[in-house]
Design a protein. Structure first.
Length: 171
């Protein structure tokens, strides 16, 4: 973490980052099927999530580019049942207009490292099959393999969407 490259700096979320993180997610919620949320989450929910993840010892990272939040990544519990406590689900989003620059790659790499340091053993990615292979390709590049597909489980923007489950050992 804290690495620098042409794409920027990856660091832990700070309270001032909640607003831009919320804005990035809100754009995807309103304009895409990447998330099955249909409206932006209130900022207080993001603040609550950051506290929960901190309490669980799980990472919430942001990519900073030219002083602005260019994307974020976090790992949350895969399921709430105790036996799943070493399995996490990732979430990685890059600000609209900044995709394709390696920011997602940098975020996911640092997220995996931080999850390993936190004691996670498995990471699950739940990827909406939008027809764009970018997210699945990113995860494949980090050694994730397809673990399953759920057909037509989400309905958004007038269409049914599958999800692809991908999995990778963290440590």
């Amino acid at each position: 973490m804290g690495g620098t490259s042409l794409t920027g700096v990856i660091r832990r979320l700070r309270p001032a980052d909640i607003a831009p993180v919320s804005d990035i997610f809100g754009w995807y919620a309103q304009h895409t099927v990447v998330t099955f949320e249909e409206s932006p989450r209130p900022r207080q929910e993001w603040a609550g999530l950051s506290v929960l993840l901190e309490d669980l010892g799980l990472p919430f990272l942001v990519a900073e580019l030219d002083g602005s939040v260019a994307g974020y990544a976090y790992a949350g519990p895969w399921r709430r049942k105790p036996a799943y406590r070493y399995t996490v689900e990732d979430s990685v989003l890059v600000a609209p207009g900044l995709t394709g620059r390696g920011i997602g790659r940098q975020l996911l790499g640092d997220l995996l490292a931080a999850c390993g340091a936190a004691g996670a053993r498995q990471m699950i990615a739940v990827i909406a099959d939008t027809g764009d292979p970018a997210s699945a390709g990113l995860h494949s590049a980090f050694g994730f393999t397809e673990a399953g597909r759920l057909k037509a489980v989400g309905y958004k923007h007038g269409r049914w969407v599958d999800t692809v489950l991908m999995q990778r050992a963290v440590s």
